[in-house]
Design a protein around this ligand. Structure first.
Ligand SMILES: Nc1ncnc2c1ncn2[C@@H]1O[C@H](COP(=O)(O)OP(=O)(O)OP(=O)(O)O)[C@@H](O)[C@H]1O
Length: 965
């Protein structure tokens, strides 16, 4: 297309093209006769014309035997038909309609481009060419500009014109400098790189060429051919080597060219003004231009910036409010609990919703302030259910009865605040040391205003009380990493609750799994606590040793959901003896009570006791006496007078406990939750949001550093796979195969990141149980946990690995060298990986079973990949399924990556000798059905996915991850 020529068989006396007379006369030169044909194999061709069969093939705009003459008309005209102008002549008035410029090469109107059949066919079919006047070149563009160079003008006065032929296919520049109508020298510049970029809001096209070959035309004014000017630039021009650059901003008629060798004379380069440039192109080719894409992007950028701005504003406001709250809390005076509280329960019943099974049947009892109440019974009797209810835990079924705290009926949340609860199972952070775990609880549950040294003192004190000093710096461990012993874990669990000095401490099986010595030690420490009158202890226990049994003040024996005995521990043997159930000699009384509770015949015997009224009364009143005594407790009886007075003042409790209440058919059916006032009372946390966030983040950081496996694996995988992808697709060319490889490499990266996100499931499942327990025990609300989880999952495991992999593979593959394109590429990888990881976190929070969660994530990920735009063309998806693609994060990530990488590049290849140059945008549209202007749209959608998943994660964590017993 580009090479015009004075082609034909060598002839004598007939010029190879029509010749136009030199301006201003413009009359035709008569054909010379018997002139020997010009043999270019001997003399060469001017202006980079090529010599074929001794005849010069001239570039567009040049003619004559040696290509030294101007050739007018237009590039659409057959080169042999373009009228040539003799040396010194002008093309003025000799251009075809719709064309102009120094040698008629530049199109001026669309009509000009459409006046003759196009020189190539459109990939889209029926398209008419239009005139592109922007500097971005698609095939071959021409320009002619006035050159402003005062230094030159001072030596060689006149008007300078630079004509330029920019060949995008061969990446060459041909330039000629004219003084008036006389060509002074021409340069042939190969191996250029072309980039159209946006800088400071201005789109510009720049040609960078390493080599410059210039030829001074002799005789000319500048090259010393004509006597007159004292300066001869011939040798200088011939010696010019490069590099050379030509920069043209869009929507401007000014350009600038820079020749390194002339930097001494023209440090800023040479200014080109009044540039007239033009190229006939098909609209589909022009649509791939950066300027067009940039316009489409403008809206996207504004929306993206608006979203980011809104998020930043929200963060600033939220941080200021949080800081203010932290300051207020840190100045609020505080008092630590110094007194134990009593807890009474009446007719507590519990029925499962699903099958109406009655688990507890109206149990009554009481724990005096500063006393120890043991709940005993065989496995499945309902001990755990009872203490859960006493501790105010959420239950699935219907709870009935009354619970009185210090003799008053209060809201469940108040009971929860007063009660510390140690669960049957130890849920502890495995990577933390004993001291750190207790400190974590202290930092979150002691008042914000408490000085930090006091917090540490309290931690050390509790560790000392529970005999954990020897192992305070040892990690807790788990099944995979051995840590402290089971007994020590039990005591750590107690320490976590004891740190707040709760008025009541309820423990579910504190001695389970412990040897009898350890069990004795734990119970002894609990009894010591109760004796200090700061904490009332309620515990469940299976089969205590007799010495342990007699350490309890009160015992409640439960059998099949009903109370079999409630009263002073040391009266239990007498009580059953009166009913004919005598504990054999040398038999552990605790074991004997359990034997009775397990044997329904014995239970019936105990219940159907028909002694004399005196005997009954004796027992009952005796028991009542014990119950009343229980208010004071055995320890209380020995305690100082004020303590006794306090507990004795608790009249409602004194009068409440009667054997009548202990029957299996509780008369009260009032729902516990219904009975409590002010249902909507909220949990009040002793620490501020910022403190909670800081403490949780510190623990998450320690976990990340200590349990390095996940972090190291993610980083190693991203490096190895980055190198692997880079090696597999090493330096892909921009041809047909290269295009496929480019798209393949981008999609493969997304697939890797997408599937590696599934690790978020496992990581979250590990912390989920701990969160449920800590939330239930009032450590913190969901929000700081959510923020910390997201930060410690997204930054080290998603953002850093994506950037690592992206940086390594990007340059190895040889993707676009434009800096902005590279950063956009990284941004897409990061946004995509964050979105897929957040999606997995949502699944992990929504689905309780980890197996189901990983299956669901894998299947959804596979479907998203299928509809991601690489495996099936969006236009070919069956109508009923098209909606699926809009849910695919792969589609948006891939489309953004592809548009970013190939939309403004050209695919240049040669199929069976036919060279073609297709804009990447066309391939994206035709092959993948992608929207060229969709980069920012895709970015916005990925951001929306991220925001949506964060909201869903927050919703599921807040609403679903609650303790339910
Ligand atoms: N949500 C529930 N769904 C089904 N059954 C339940 C539920 N809660 C409690 N139960 C049943 O109620 C009975 C009492 O359970 P609970 O855990 O209170 O017994 P326990 O006395 O603490 O036993 P163990 O000493 O073995 O822990 C058991 O048979 C248990 O299976």
């Amino acid at each position: 297309q580009s090479t015009g020529s004075a082609t034909g068989t060598p002839t004598f006396g007939v010029p190879s093209s029509t010749t136009v007379a030199a301006a201003p006369t413009s009359t035709s030169t008569p054909p010379p006769t018997c002139v020997p044909a010009f043999d270019c194999s001997l003399k060469g061709c001017q202006n980079s014309g090529s010599c074929v069969n001794k005849v010069c093939n001239c570039r567009p705009g040049f003619g004559g035997p040696d290509c030294s003459e101007l050739s007018c008309g237009s590039p659409l005209t057959d080169p042999s038909q373009r009228p040539a102008v003799a040396p010194g002549g002008s093309c003025a008035n000799a251009c075809d309609a719709g064309f102009g410029g120094f040698n008629c090469n530049t199109c001026e109107t669309n009509a000009g481009c459409q006046s003759k059949p196009p020189s190539r066919t459109s990939v889209l079919g029926n398209e008419e060419m239009v005139c592109n006047k922007q500097p971005e070149v698609f095939y071959e563009s021409f320009m002619s500009c006035a050159v402003k160079a005062e230094l030159l003008e001072s030596f060689f006065p006149g008007n300078y014109t630079l004509t330029v032929d920019l060949d995008y296919i061969n990446k060459t520049v041909e330039a000629q400098l004219w003084l008036g109508q006389s060509e002074q020298f021409y340069c042939s510049i190969p191996n250029c790189t072309v980039a159209t970029t946006q800088q400071n809001g201005v789109v510009q096209t720049k040609w960078d060429c390493p080599v410059l070959n210039c030829t001074c035309i002799n005789p000319t004014v500048m090259c010393g051919g004509i006597p007159g000017p004292p300066v001869n630039l011939g040798n200088t021009i011939d010696a010019l080597k490069g590099p050379f650059s030509l920069t043209c901003p869009h929507n401007s008629t000014n350009c600038q060219f820079f020749i390194n060798d002339l930097a001494g004379f023209f440090p800023q380069g040479l200014q080109m003004e009044d540039c007239d440039m033009g190229e006939c192109v098909f609209p589909s080719e022009e649509n791939s231009s950066v300027s067009t894409v940039t316009n489409k992007m403008a809206t996207g950028i504004i929306v993206c910036l608006a979203i980011i701005g809104a998020l930043i504003l929200f963060l600033i406001i939220a941080c200021s409010v949080a800081k203010r709250n932290q300051l207020i809390l840190s100045r609020t005076p505080y008092t630590l609990n110094a007194e134990a509280a009593s807890l009474e329960f009446r007719n507590v019943g519990y029925t499962l919703n699903k099958d109406g099974l009655q688990i507890l049947k109206g149990i009554s009892g009481a724990a005096p302030a500063g006393g120890v109440l043991a709940v005993m019974g065989p496995s499945g009797a309902g001990k755990s259910t009872l203490v859960d209810i006493l501790a105010g835990k959420r239950k699935d079924g219907k709870v009935t009865g009354h619970i009185l705290l210090n003799g008053k009926q209060v809201h469940e949340s108040e009971i929860r605040r007063a009660v510390g609860f140690v669960d049957q199972e130890d849920t502890l952070p495995p990577t933390q040391t004993v001291y750190e775990a207790v400190l974590f609880s202290a930092m979150l549950r002691l008042p914000e205003a408490m000085p930090i040294y006091r917090v540490h003192e309290r931690v050390a004190e509790v560790i000392e009380i529970l005999g954990l000093t020897h192992c305070k710096d040892r990690r807790i461990g788990n099944v995979t990493t051995r840590g402290i012993s089971g007994g020590e874990k039990r005591r750590v669990s107690i320490a976590l609750e004891l740190i707040t000095r709760p008025p009541i401490l309820i423990l579910d099986e504190p001695t389970s799994g412990l040897d009898s010595y350890s069990a004795h030690m734990v119970v002894q420490q609990l009894c010591n606590l109760a004796a200090s009158k700061t904490t009332t202890i309620i515990l469940t226990i299976h089969q205590p040793r007799s010495d342990i049994f007699y350490m309890f003040d009160q015992t409640l024996v439960v059998s099949k959901g009903s109370a079999l005995y409630f009263g002073p521990t040391d009266s239990a043997a007498d009580y059953f003896q009166r009913r004919g159930l005598v504990c054999p000699n040398n038999y552990n009384i605790a074991d004997y009570l359990l034997d009775i509770a397990m044997d329904q015949e014995l239970v019936a015997k105990a219940r159907s006791f028909e002694g004399t009224e005196e005997e009954k009364t004796g027992v009952t009143s005796g028991h009542q006496t014990h119950v009343s005594g229980h208010i004071v407790s055995r320890r209380g009886a020995n305690a100082n007078a004020s303590e006794i007075t306090r507990t004795s003042d608790d009249r409602s409790l004194e009068t409440s406990i009667r054997m009548d209440d202990m029957g299996s058919s509780g008369s009260s059916t009032v729902s516990l939750s219904e009975a409590t006032p002010d249902k909507k009372q909220k949990t009040v946390y002793p620490t501020s949001f910022l403190t909670q966030l800081h403490v949780i983040m510190k623990r998450n950081f320690q976990t990340l550093i200590r349990d390095k496996s996940l972090l190291v694996l993610h980083l190693a995988v991203s490096i190895v796979l980055g190198v692997f992808i880079g090696g597999l697709y090493f330096h892909v060319p921009m041809n047909l195969a290269g295009f496929q490889n480019r798209a393949g490499s981008l999609f493969f990266m997304l697939a890797l990141l997408g599937f590696s996100s599934i690790s978020a499931l496992g990581a979250f499942t590990d912390t989920r149980t701990l969160f449920i327990k800590e939330r239930s025990n009032g450590y913190y609300p969901p929000m700081p946990f959510i923020i910390s989880t997201l930060l410690f999952d997204l930054i080290p495991l998603r953002i850093v690995p994506s950037i690592l992999m992206g940086c390594i593979s990007y340059f190895m593959i040889g993707l676009s060298p434009v800096v902005v394109t590279f950063f956009k590429f990284l941004l897409i990888l990061v946004l995509f990986n964050m979105a897929t990881a957040l999606f997995c976190l949502v699944i992990a929070a929504a689905v309780r079973t980890s197996g189901v969660a990983s299956l669901a994530s894998s299947i959804v990920m596979l479907f998203m990949m299928l509809f991601g735009g690489f495996m099936i063309n969006s236009g070919n998806i069956p109508a009923a399924l098209t909606w699926i693609q809009y849910l695919s994060m792969f589609k948006y990530g891939f489309e953004a990556l592809a548009v970013n990488e190939v939309a403004t590049s050209k695919l240049i290849d040669n199929i069976q000798g036919v060279a073609f140059n297709v804009p990447g945008s066309l391939i994206l549209q035709k092959l993948f059905g992608f929207d060229l202007g969709g980069f920012w749209k895709n970015m916005i959608i990925l951001i929306v996915f991220n925001v949506l998943f964060v909201a869903l994660f927050w919703g599921f964590v807040s609403l679903r991850l609650k303790e339910r017993k």
